[in-house]
Design a protein around this ligand. Structure first.
Ligand code: CMC
Length: 376
């Protein structure tokens, strides 16, 4: 091979970077977690069952689920110094920036951080699955100058997440929405943030470092940050009758419509039908009904013009809005679910034990003449 000669697969499109048993994204519009079609999971299992499935590679029985739920609740409470650190963060910082820093801090607080045995990694994964939601809830409460709440034994893990975020007793309908949303967001093949986590884990770095990499990657608006942009767009559109002009205007200028398109799916994202169902059931408020109407119109126009479909983030934004989650907390909520997939992939990457290190095609110069600094 000549100097600098390499084949570049731009954006790593269709490149299989490793083998995985965790999830399969089928381009024709299906999604499998450990061999289970998500259509057979959503509405039939609770989120902790899926989190258990991802990290233990099998569904739990009743007793295992109860133990897992109890372990999650026991792990939810944050060390005081983390709460102090969140309190000291300027409120103008994006919650994803705070989350990224505090997950990194969790590594400092873990006395067995450098033990990469399977048992220690499963304990660590459980802790991260429990504490990422708590960090998010804590950031939110502190921003509102409201007391930080500890988990309560009488609530399940998912109920506790709602309670610790909102401060009111969790309602059944809201908890059901959160289970579905968290299941749909839990994993998705080698998406960018999962890949980032696996690259970090492939150097035998610790799990907190890997999840910190993943959070930084999820934040971007081409990935998990899209949901916040979707809500900005829906609010910016204003009245329903402005949808057509607004969206056609963006398309005429070749601008991207946030919450649309996907690298893998060539058909509708299989999560969209579940999310449409979720938001339809939440349309008892005028705002949600209006957002849904706008979304339906946008879908029609974008599909007509570009033949592309909404992705997870489009209707998830409306669902989170209906749960009274402010838009800057959409991506942190996404991270609170995706952490189960990330930790599962980190464990799988440790098992694979290979450094992820691609090459690049060098297109720079070779023969530049060096000039000492005093002569430049
Ligand atoms: N709006 C308008 N046109 C689009 C969009 C969009 N959102 N997405 C793709 N296209 C068009 C694109 O312009 C191109 O058209 P043409 O062939 O005429 O040039 C064609 O569809 C193929 O797009 P691409 O850019 O090659 O697709 P990609 O695989 O590189 O990008 C993507 C995938 C998700 C980054 C992109 O669709 C996008 O930027 N979407 C908006 C941001 C978004 O919603 N992100 C969330 C992704 S899914 C959930 C998650 O992972 O968090």
């Amino acid at each position: 091979m000549k100097k600098g000669e390499r084949v570049v697969v731009r954006g790593l499109r269709d490149v299989a970077a490793a083998e995985t048993k965790i999830s399969f994204v089928e381009p024709k519009g299906e999604l499998y977690y450990l061999g289970y079609n998500i259509d057979d999971l959503v509405g039939k299992v609770v989120y902790p069952e899926v989190a258990y499935l991802l990290i233990h590679k099998r569904l739990p029985n009743q007793q295992e689920l109860e133990e897992f739920n109890a372990n999650l609740i026991a792990e939810m409470k944050l060390p005081d110094r983390m709460i102090d650190s969140i309190r000291a963060t300027p409120k103008r910082c994006h919650p994803m920036d705070v989350l990224r820093t505090e997950v990194s801090r969790l590594g400092e607080c873990d006395p067995e951080n450098n033990d990469l045995s399977e048992a220690a990694n499963l304990r660590r994964a459980t802790r991260l699955i429990a504490r990422v939601p708590t960090i998010v809830a804590t950031i939110y409460r502190i921003r509102l100058d409201k007391p930080v709440l500890a988990p309560r034994e009488e609530y399940s893990f998912t109920e506790n997440f709602l309670y610790m975020f909102k401060g009111s007793p969790p309602e059944k309908a809201e908890t059901d929405v959160l289970h579905r949303l968290m299941i749909l967001q839990a994993d998705h093949g080698f998406n960018a943030s999962t890949f980032a986590a696996r690259v970090t884990a492939s150097t035998n770095s610790d799990m907190y470092s890997a999840i910190t990499s993943a959070i930084g990657t999820l934040k971007g608006p081409l990935h998990g940050g899209a949901g916040e942009k979707v809500m900005e767009m829906l609010d910016d559109i204003g009245l329903e009758e402005h949808v057509e002009e607004y969206i056609k205007g963006l398309l005429d200028e070749n601008k991207k419509i946030m919450g649309f398109g996907h690298r893998v799916y060539k058909a509708e994202d299989p999560r969209t039908k579940h999310l449409r169902g979720i938001v339809r059931n939440l349309c008892f408020r005028d705002r949600t009904t209006s957002l849904c109407n706008k979304c339906n119109k946008i879908e029609e126009i974008v599909h007509d013009r570009k033949k592309i479909y909404p992705n997870l983030d489009f209707y998830a934004a409306v669902a989170m809005d209906a749960l009274d989650v402010p838009k800057e907390f959409f991506t942190p909520l996404f991270a609170s679910s995706r952490v189960s997939g990330w930790t599962a992939h980190v464990i799988e990457q440790y098992e694979d034990a290979v450094l992820l290190r691609p090459s690049s095609k060098y297109i720079g110069a070779f023969d530049r003449k060096f000039v000492p600094i005093e002569k430049r």
